[in-house]
Design a protein around this ligand. Sequence first.
Ligand code: ADP
Length: 248
Amino acid sequence: MKHWRLIKRYNEQIKALEELKIHILANVSHELRTPITVARGAIELAECEEDPAERAEYLNMALDALSRLGRIVDDMIGASRLMKGEIKPRFGMVNMVELINRICHDFASELKRSGITLHLRCDDTLPPVRGDRNLLMHALRNLMSNAIKFNREGGRITIQTEKGRGCVKICIADTGIGIPGDKIHRVFDVLYQIDSSPTRRYGGTGLGLAIVREIVEAHGGRVGVDSRIGRGSTFCVTLPTANDAEKS
Ligand code: ADP
């Protein structure tokens, strides 16, 4: 009787893994197809365009789509390497306010295109974090990119820093669609998306937040989210400050 139960459980697990494989194939191929179609279309248009300015615009469009494709593949490779423990953080002193300013600068044109205003409430006296600058940059970029993607046209993003006891806290708040209460606990799971249907409105692979959590935890930190449907979401990252991280 005991054996039957075990076999039944294994079979259920195998079935769930099969379903996950099918989901990954469908989701990832869908995500890759969009930029490939855009790039191909733009190159075909550029080929028959005689006006040099128009041609350059089509080629830029193709380049943008190929960059997006590159980012998706980088995310997939990065996520699997992080989760396999193949990427070891290279620790140094990181000034998080400087990092935030850099990210805001990089996202400036995307924010402008989306009509989103950015409010920075950063404390210039924030103590440094002992961390890997590139990995922390990657984590904050993923949060920022979601805050733009799931925001509304003309919305707002507020980035706020806070000093805590032996730690610093960075919160990125948006005025977007929000996350349903019964699904919020799953958003950091690998490949989880609230809407993963092929007709979904927002692109993505469902890896961004899993990468954020992996990076933050590799720094001895925590990441959490608070959200209200239709009002927006706030993601907060807490990281130990350099002196405290060195002690542990
Ligand atoms: P994706 O590639 O789909 O953006 P993520 O891992 O970054 O994957 O996020 C997982 C899911 O969590 C998203 O598909 C979305 O449903 C939800 N989510 C993440 N960030 C936000 C946000 N700022 N506002 C609303 N929903 C969000």
